[in-house]
Design a protein around this ligand. Sequence first.
Ligand code: SF4
Ligand code: MG
Length: 335
Amino acid sequence: MSKLLEINDLHVQFNLIGRRVQAVRGVSLDLNVGETLAIVGESGSGKSVTSKAIMGLIPNPPGEIAKGSISFEGKDLVQYSEKQMQKIRGKEISMIFQDPMTALNPTMKIGKQIMESLIKHQGMSKHDARERAIELLKLVGIPKPEKRVDEYPHQFSGGMRQRVVIAIALACNPKILIADEPTTALDVTIQAQILDLMRDLQKKTGTAIILITHDLGVVANIAQRVAVMYGGKIVETGTLDELFYHPKHPYTWGLLASMPKLHAKTDKLLAIPGTPPDLSDPPKGCPFAARCPHAMNVCTTHMPEYTELSATQKAACWLLDERAPKVAPPETIGV
Ligand code: SF4
Ligand code: MG
Protein backbone atom coordinates (compact mmCIF):
# COMPACT_ATOMS: atom_id res chain seq x y z
CA MET A 1 0.00 0.00 0.00
CA SER A 2 1.22 3.47 -0.69
CA LYS A 3 1.75 6.03 2.03
CA LEU A 4 -0.49 9.06 2.09
CA LEU A 5 0.74 10.56 5.34
CA GLU A 6 3.99 10.02 7.22
CA ILE A 7 4.51 11.57 10.63
CA ASN A 8 8.09 11.45 11.79
CA ASP A 9 9.30 12.13 15.36
CA LEU A 10 6.63 14.75 16.04
CA HIS A 11 7.04 16.82 19.19
CA VAL A 12 4.34 19.31 20.19
CA GLN A 13 4.62 21.46 23.27
CA PHE A 14 2.60 24.20 24.93
CA ASN A 15 4.63 27.00 26.48
CA LEU A 16 2.52 28.16 29.41
CA ILE A 17 3.48 30.64 32.10
CA GLY A 18 6.03 28.94 34.31
CA ARG A 19 5.75 25.53 32.67
CA ARG A 20 6.06 23.75 29.39
CA VAL A 21 3.66 20.90 28.62
CA GLN A 22 5.16 18.30 26.29
CA ALA A 23 1.88 16.99 24.90
CA VAL A 24 3.34 14.92 22.04
CA ARG A 25 6.81 13.45 22.51
CA GLY A 26 8.21 11.80 19.42
CA VAL A 27 5.25 10.34 17.55
CA SER A 28 5.92 8.52 14.27
CA LEU A 29 2.97 7.16 12.32
CA ASP A 30 1.92 6.52 8.80
CA LEU A 31 -1.36 6.26 6.99
CA ASN A 32 -1.92 4.30 3.80
CA VAL A 33 -4.29 5.28 1.02
CA GLY A 34 -7.87 4.35 1.86
CA GLU A 35 -7.26 2.73 5.26
CA THR A 36 -8.67 3.45 8.71
CA LEU A 37 -6.13 4.01 11.46
CA ALA A 38 -7.37 4.40 15.01
CA ILE A 39 -5.41 6.37 17.58
CA VAL A 40 -6.52 5.18 20.99
CA GLY A 41 -5.78 6.52 24.44
CA GLU A 42 -7.12 8.24 27.53
CA SER A 43 -7.66 11.97 27.57
CA GLY A 44 -4.35 13.77 27.82
CA SER A 45 -2.48 11.03 25.93
CA GLY A 46 -1.72 13.39 23.04
CA LYS A 47 -4.07 11.87 20.46
CA SER A 48 -6.12 15.02 19.80
CA VAL A 49 -3.01 17.20 19.75
CA THR A 50 -1.48 14.87 17.14
CA SER A 51 -4.57 15.24 14.95
CA LYS A 52 -4.63 19.02 15.37
CA ALA A 53 -0.98 19.14 14.35
CA ILE A 54 -1.85 17.33 11.10
CA MET A 55 -4.55 19.94 10.42
CA GLY A 56 -2.20 22.83 11.24
CA LEU A 57 -4.50 23.78 14.12
CA ILE A 58 -2.02 24.03 16.99
CA PRO A 59 -2.49 27.59 18.29
CA ASN A 60 0.89 29.31 18.26
CA PRO A 61 1.47 30.69 20.88
CA PRO A 62 1.21 28.92 23.26
CA GLY A 63 1.51 25.78 21.14
CA GLU A 64 4.51 24.89 19.05
CA ILE A 65 5.68 22.01 16.90
CA ALA A 66 9.14 21.75 18.41
CA LYS A 67 10.43 18.97 16.18
CA GLY A 68 9.46 16.49 13.51
CA SER A 69 7.70 16.39 10.17
CA ILE A 70 4.23 15.62 8.83
CA SER A 71 4.61 14.58 5.26
CA PHE A 72 1.43 14.59 3.16
CA GLU A 73 1.97 13.26 -0.37
CA GLY A 74 5.63 14.12 0.03
CA LYS A 75 5.18 17.72 1.27
CA ASP A 76 6.00 18.64 4.88
CA LEU A 77 2.91 20.31 6.36
CA VAL A 78 4.91 21.53 9.38
CA GLN A 79 6.65 23.97 7.03
CA TYR A 80 3.37 25.21 5.52
CA SER A 81 2.10 28.73 6.21
CA GLU A 82 -1.46 29.28 7.47
CA LYS A 83 -2.37 30.41 3.97
CA GLN A 84 -1.04 27.18 2.43
CA MET A 85 -2.82 25.12 5.11
CA GLN A 86 -6.14 26.75 4.24
CA LYS A 87 -5.89 25.11 0.83
CA ILE A 88 -5.33 21.71 2.45
CA ARG A 89 -7.91 21.93 5.25
CA GLY A 90 -11.39 20.88 4.24
CA LYS A 91 -10.19 20.03 0.75
CA GLU A 92 -7.40 17.44 1.07
CA ILE A 93 -7.71 16.74 4.81
CA SER A 94 -11.01 17.20 6.64
CA MET A 95 -11.87 16.91 10.28
CA ILE A 96 -14.99 16.12 12.26
CA PHE A 97 -15.29 16.71 15.98
CA GLN A 98 -17.12 15.16 18.89
CA ASP A 99 -19.92 17.67 19.19
CA PRO A 100 -21.82 18.26 15.94
CA MET A 101 -23.58 21.32 17.36
CA THR A 102 -20.38 23.33 17.72
CA ALA A 103 -19.29 22.34 14.21
CA LEU A 104 -22.45 23.75 12.65
CA ASN A 105 -23.55 27.36 12.43
CA PRO A 106 -26.97 27.49 14.17
CA THR A 107 -28.12 30.52 12.17
CA MET A 108 -27.38 29.10 8.73
CA LYS A 109 -29.38 26.58 6.72
CA ILE A 110 -27.77 23.14 6.45
CA GLY A 111 -27.57 23.32 2.66
CA LYS A 112 -25.77 26.64 2.72
CA GLN A 113 -23.18 25.27 5.13
CA ILE A 114 -22.40 22.40 2.79
CA MET A 115 -22.39 24.68 -0.25
CA GLU A 116 -19.87 27.11 1.31
CA SER A 117 -17.00 24.68 1.08
CA LEU A 118 -17.96 23.54 -2.44
CA ILE A 119 -18.04 27.14 -3.68
CA LYS A 120 -14.80 28.04 -1.86
CA HIS A 121 -12.68 24.99 -2.69
CA GLN A 122 -14.22 23.64 -5.90
CA GLY A 123 -15.32 26.93 -7.43
CA MET A 124 -18.79 25.48 -8.03
CA SER A 125 -21.70 27.66 -9.08
CA LYS A 126 -24.46 28.15 -6.50
CA HIS A 127 -26.81 25.95 -8.48
CA ASP A 128 -24.35 23.07 -8.83
CA ALA A 129 -23.30 23.36 -5.19
CA ARG A 130 -26.93 23.07 -4.09
CA GLU A 131 -27.43 19.97 -6.23
CA ARG A 132 -24.26 18.46 -4.78
CA ALA A 133 -25.37 19.36 -1.23
CA ILE A 134 -28.60 17.42 -1.77
CA GLU A 135 -26.59 14.50 -3.16
CA LEU A 136 -24.30 14.56 -0.12
CA LEU A 137 -27.23 14.61 2.32
CA LYS A 138 -28.59 11.56 0.53
CA LEU A 139 -25.17 9.88 0.67
CA VAL A 140 -25.03 10.26 4.48
CA GLY A 141 -28.52 8.82 4.83
CA ILE A 142 -30.68 11.87 5.48
CA PRO A 143 -34.25 11.24 4.34
CA LYS A 144 -36.00 13.80 2.08
CA PRO A 145 -32.77 15.70 1.36
CA GLU A 146 -34.52 18.06 -1.12
CA LYS A 147 -36.60 19.41 1.75
CA ARG A 148 -34.09 19.16 4.59
CA VAL A 149 -31.40 21.08 2.70
CA ASP A 150 -33.33 24.24 3.62
CA GLU A 151 -33.64 23.48 7.33
CA TYR A 152 -31.56 24.74 10.26
CA PRO A 153 -29.34 22.61 12.55
CA HIS A 154 -31.82 22.74 15.49
CA GLN A 155 -34.38 20.96 13.30
CA PHE A 156 -32.08 17.90 13.20
CA SER A 157 -31.51 15.27 15.90
CA GLY A 158 -27.99 14.76 17.31
CA GLY A 159 -27.32 11.76 15.06
CA MET A 160 -28.66 13.54 11.97
CA ARG A 161 -26.51 16.58 12.78
CA GLN A 162 -23.42 14.39 12.93
CA ARG A 163 -24.39 13.02 9.50
CA VAL A 164 -24.54 16.59 8.21
CA VAL A 165 -21.09 17.29 9.68
CA ILE A 166 -19.78 14.20 7.88
CA ALA A 167 -21.41 15.41 4.64
CA ILE A 168 -19.60 18.75 5.00
CA ALA A 169 -16.31 17.00 5.74
CA LEU A 170 -16.66 14.80 2.66
CA ALA A 171 -17.96 17.54 0.36
CA CYS A 172 -14.65 18.07 -1.43
CA ASN A 173 -13.66 14.37 -1.57
CA PRO A 174 -10.76 14.74 0.88
CA LYS A 175 -7.98 12.16 0.83
CA ILE A 176 -7.97 12.03 4.64
CA LEU A 177 -10.81 12.38 7.11
CA ILE A 178 -9.81 12.90 10.75
CA ALA A 179 -12.60 12.00 13.16
CA ASP A 180 -11.98 13.04 16.77
CA GLU A 181 -14.33 11.07 19.06
CA PRO A 182 -17.06 11.34 16.39
CA THR A 183 -19.62 9.29 18.30
CA THR A 184 -18.85 10.09 21.94
CA ALA A 185 -21.66 12.64 22.29
CA LEU A 186 -24.25 10.28 20.78
CA ASP A 187 -26.24 7.50 22.39
CA VAL A 188 -25.26 3.89 21.75
CA THR A 189 -27.64 2.96 18.90
CA ILE A 190 -26.91 6.18 17.06
CA GLN A 191 -23.15 5.60 17.62
CA ALA A 192 -23.42 2.26 15.83
CA GLN A 193 -25.29 3.86 12.93
CA ILE A 194 -22.69 6.59 12.51
CA LEU A 195 -19.85 4.04 12.55
CA ASP A 196 -21.65 1.93 9.94
CA LEU A 197 -22.10 5.04 7.85
CA MET A 198 -18.41 5.93 8.08
CA ARG A 199 -17.44 2.41 7.05
CA ASP A 200 -19.82 2.50 4.09
CA LEU A 201 -18.67 5.93 3.00
CA GLN A 202 -15.07 4.83 3.15
CA LYS A 203 -15.83 1.95 0.80
CA LYS A 204 -17.61 4.31 -1.59
CA THR A 205 -15.17 7.22 -1.50
CA GLY A 206 -11.80 5.61 -0.68
CA THR A 207 -11.06 8.34 1.87
CA ALA A 208 -8.47 7.31 4.48
CA ILE A 209 -9.71 7.81 8.05
CA ILE A 210 -7.82 8.65 11.21
CA LEU A 211 -10.15 7.85 14.06
CA ILE A 212 -9.30 9.34 17.44
CA THR A 213 -11.00 7.58 20.34
CA HIS A 214 -10.70 6.41 23.93
CA ASP A 215 -13.08 3.55 23.18
CA LEU A 216 -11.67 0.25 21.90
CA GLY A 217 -15.21 -0.90 21.09
CA VAL A 218 -15.40 1.80 18.43
CA VAL A 219 -12.02 0.71 17.08
CA ALA A 220 -13.11 -2.91 16.68
CA ASN A 221 -15.98 -1.76 14.48
CA ILE A 222 -14.08 0.23 11.95
CA ALA A 223 -10.26 0.31 12.10
CA GLN A 224 -7.73 -1.80 10.22
CA ARG A 225 -4.75 -0.56 12.21
CA VAL A 226 -4.43 0.82 15.72
CA ALA A 227 -1.89 3.03 17.48
CA VAL A 228 -2.13 3.14 21.28
CA MET A 229 -0.96 6.42 22.82
CA TYR A 230 0.04 7.09 26.39
CA GLY A 231 1.80 10.06 27.94
CA GLY A 232 2.47 11.74 24.59
CA LYS A 233 3.99 8.63 23.02
CA ILE A 234 2.84 5.70 20.95
CA VAL A 235 3.34 2.68 23.19
CA GLU A 236 2.08 0.02 20.80
CA THR A 237 0.91 -0.17 17.21
CA GLY A 238 -0.34 -3.02 15.05
CA THR A 239 -3.17 -4.39 12.96
CA LEU A 240 -6.56 -4.71 14.62
CA ASP A 241 -6.03 -8.47 15.08
CA GLU A 242 -2.54 -8.04 16.52
CA LEU A 243 -3.73 -5.51 19.08
CA PHE A 244 -6.86 -7.42 20.06
CA TYR A 245 -5.47 -10.96 20.05
CA HIS A 246 -1.73 -10.56 20.61
CA PRO A 247 -1.29 -7.30 22.54
CA LYS A 248 2.18 -6.92 24.03
CA HIS A 249 2.10 -3.69 26.03
CA PRO A 250 0.69 -3.66 29.60
CA TYR A 251 -1.20 -0.45 28.83
CA THR A 252 -2.92 -2.13 25.87
CA TRP A 253 -3.74 -5.03 28.23
CA GLY A 254 -5.30 -2.56 30.63
CA LEU A 255 -7.37 -0.92 27.90
CA LEU A 256 -8.62 -4.30 26.67
CA ALA A 257 -9.46 -5.43 30.20
CA SER A 258 -11.52 -2.29 30.74
CA MET A 259 -13.60 -2.94 27.62
CA PRO A 260 -17.16 -4.21 28.10
CA LYS A 261 -17.39 -7.85 26.91
CA LEU A 262 -20.21 -9.07 24.75
CA HIS A 263 -20.78 -12.29 26.66
CA ALA A 264 -19.44 -11.28 30.06
CA LYS A 265 -21.32 -12.48 33.15
CA THR A 266 -20.48 -9.23 34.87
CA ASP A 267 -20.63 -5.74 33.50
CA LYS A 268 -17.99 -4.54 35.91
CA LEU A 269 -15.20 -2.77 34.06
CA LEU A 270 -11.65 -3.07 35.25
CA ALA A 271 -10.48 0.51 35.00
CA ILE A 272 -6.74 1.04 35.11
CA PRO A 273 -5.96 2.49 38.55
CA GLY A 274 -4.02 5.75 38.75
CA THR A 275 -3.76 8.82 36.56
CA PRO A 276 -1.70 9.68 33.46
CA PRO A 277 1.69 11.40 33.93
CA ASP A 278 2.07 15.15 34.27
CA LEU A 279 3.49 16.15 30.90
CA SER A 280 4.90 19.41 32.23
CA ASP A 281 7.34 17.15 34.04
CA PRO A 282 7.28 13.95 31.99
CA PRO A 283 8.76 10.75 33.42
CA LYS A 284 12.30 9.93 32.33
CA GLY A 285 11.52 6.29 31.71
CA CYS A 286 8.38 4.51 30.53
CA PRO A 287 5.39 6.88 30.78
CA PHE A 288 3.22 4.03 32.13
CA ALA A 289 5.63 3.03 34.93
CA ALA A 290 3.65 4.66 37.77
CA ARG A 291 0.53 2.61 36.89
CA CYS A 292 2.03 -0.56 35.47
CA PRO A 293 1.63 -3.71 37.58
CA HIS A 294 4.80 -5.13 35.97
CA ALA A 295 7.09 -2.12 36.36
CA MET A 296 10.75 -2.91 37.08
CA ASN A 297 13.53 -0.58 38.24
CA VAL A 298 14.73 0.05 34.70
CA CYS A 299 11.25 1.23 33.69
CA THR A 300 11.44 4.37 35.82
CA THR A 301 14.91 5.37 34.66
CA HIS A 302 15.07 4.47 30.96
CA MET A 303 12.54 4.79 28.18
CA PRO A 304 12.16 1.41 26.42
CA GLU A 305 12.92 1.27 22.69
CA TYR A 306 10.41 -0.18 20.25
CA THR A 307 10.59 -3.92 19.70
CA GLU A 308 9.44 -5.00 16.24
CA LEU A 309 7.07 -7.91 16.78
CA SER A 310 6.03 -8.33 13.15
CA ALA A 311 6.15 -6.28 9.96
CA THR A 312 3.14 -4.37 11.30
CA GLN A 313 3.34 -4.55 15.11
CA LYS A 314 5.73 -2.88 17.52
CA ALA A 315 5.64 -1.99 21.20
CA ALA A 316 7.84 -0.05 23.62
CA CYS A 317 8.09 -2.05 26.83
CA TRP A 318 10.99 -3.42 28.87
CA LEU A 319 9.14 -6.74 29.22
CA LEU A 320 9.99 -7.35 25.57
CA ASP A 321 13.71 -7.19 26.36
CA GLU A 322 15.17 -10.69 26.37
CA ARG A 323 16.60 -10.17 29.88
CA ALA A 324 13.18 -9.37 31.39
CA PRO A 325 11.08 -11.91 33.30
CA LYS A 326 8.35 -13.58 31.26
CA VAL A 327 4.92 -12.08 31.97
CA ALA A 328 1.72 -13.43 30.44
CA PRO A 329 -1.09 -11.02 29.56
CA PRO A 330 -3.96 -11.12 32.07
CA GLU A 331 -6.76 -13.61 31.34
CA THR A 332 -9.35 -10.87 31.50
CA ILE A 333 -8.47 -9.61 28.04
CA GLY A 334 -9.85 -10.93 24.76
CA VAL A 335 -13.08 -10.18 22.97
FE1 SF4 B 1 5.34 -1.57 32.45
FE2 SF4 B 1 7.98 -1.31 32.35
FE3 SF4 B 1 6.66 -2.12 30.21
FE4 SF4 B 1 6.46 0.39 31.04
S1 SF4 B 1 8.30 -0.61 30.26
S2 SF4 B 1 4.80 -0.90 30.40
S3 SF4 B 1 6.51 0.13 33.24
S4 SF4 B 1 6.85 -3.19 32.16
MG1 MG C 1 -9.40 14.79 22.94
